[in-house]
Write a protein that binds this ligand. Structure first.
Ligand SMILES: [Zn+2]
Length: 326
């Protein structure tokens, strides 16, 4: 009999008499629990005795964010972990040559991150955040060039610039791509994540930490800050310093995104696969059955069925289309 896949608050895989819980949202019973990466919508505090499979980087990043994964391992019988290219330490898992689960995955190399590595498997369980054909991301080099030009224009006018993205993952890519600007500030939540990246050999510029609650002051004149998305805090900096805000997310391809955030500019720099990359990923794994989760799960499963795959959603695992990683 082949693998059994189901979902509740976890993605559950049973194969060869062993039970796996993939990215559970709370402590759970299974022979193994897999934590794909350290975004909070993929983490939990395990119960005592839970055997957690996760990368060393994920364990360290999780602890910094208040999730203690215990004695994690990267090895178990019949289990292979593969770089999923999403953030530092993110992994996909292959179980017994039968099941391949992507976690969150990116289909392109960016700065210090590789792209999702694939293996063939009979069952593919995949994230489909941007699984709708209008989501085709531009080349990263083109985006970086446009943003550098924009920052240059703002500096010329003496205006500070705030680059906004998730404090883990996106913020470090921004730190890498836009490190040539001086002075460079990091919001304290970004600074803490940067430190862990640097300990793992990622060459980020040291920069200056900025804690809005710690009384830190900013100079007048232009500067660049890398900060999390936060409407209220950034509005205050816009008002006090005349700062220009630029948001980074794959959702920026949608027309309402910039307005919903109250950002001055938005660019579609993403840590996920775009639609063509999702299709390519399915073709590379060459599965008999596909289970989709997150974002356009239903629509993408329907597209896959039109392409001749047996595909369905793992709806019980998904909470909402706007479930953003942080
Ligand atoms: Zn994520």
């Amino acid at each position: 009999m082949g693998p059994k896949v189901s979902a509740d608050g976890a993605i559950r895989v049973e194969n060869g008499g062993r039970r796996f819980a993939l990215d559970p949202k709370g402590a759970t019973a299974a022979d193994y629990t897999f934590v794909s990466h350290a975004h909070v919508d993929h983490m939990h505090n395990p119960a005592e005795g839970e055997r957690v499979i996760a990368s060393a980087e994920t364990k360290e990043l999780a602890a910094e964010r208040g999730y203690y994964l215990g004695d994690t391992t990267e090895k178990a019988d019949g289990v292979e972990l593969l770089d999923s290219g999403h953030i530092l330490g993110s992994r996909a898992i292959r179980i017994d040559d039968e099941v391949y689960y992507t976690g969150d995955a990116s289909g392109r190399e960016r700065a210090f991150l590789g792209k999702c590595r694939t293996r063939q498997a009979k069952v593919l369980i995949m994230e489909t955040t941007y699984g709708s054909p209008e989501y085709v991301f531009p080349q990263t080099a083109t985006l970086v060039k446009e943003v550098n030009e924009l920052i240059g224009q703002m500096f010329h006018r003496g205006r500070p610039v705030i680059l906004m993205g998730y404090p883990l993952g996106k913020a470090q890519l921004l730190a890498y791509y836009f490190s040539s600007w001086e002075p460079l500030y990091y919001h304290e939540s970004v600074y803490r994540m940067n430190m862990i990246h640097m300990r793992h050999g990622v060459p980020l510029k040291e920069g200056r930490p900025y804690d809005p609650d710690g009384g830190d002051r900013l100079p007048s004149g232009p500067w660049v800050m890398i900060a999390p998305m936060s409407r209220g805090r950034m509005a205050k900096l816009k008002k006090d310093c005349g700062a220009v805000t630029i948001a980074f997310s794959g959702w920026a391809l949608g027309p309402g995104y910039r307005f919903s955030l109250g950002a001055d500019y938005a660019f579609p720099l993403s840590d996920h696969c775009d639609y063509p990359e999702l299709v390519k990923l399915v073709q590379a794994v060459s599965p008999e059955t596909v289970y989709t989760t997150h974002g356009f799960a239903r629509e993408f499963a329907s597209d896959l069925r039109r392409m001749g795959f047996d595909a369905r959603t793992l709806a019980p695992y998904q909470t909402s289309i706007s479930e953003f990683a942080v």
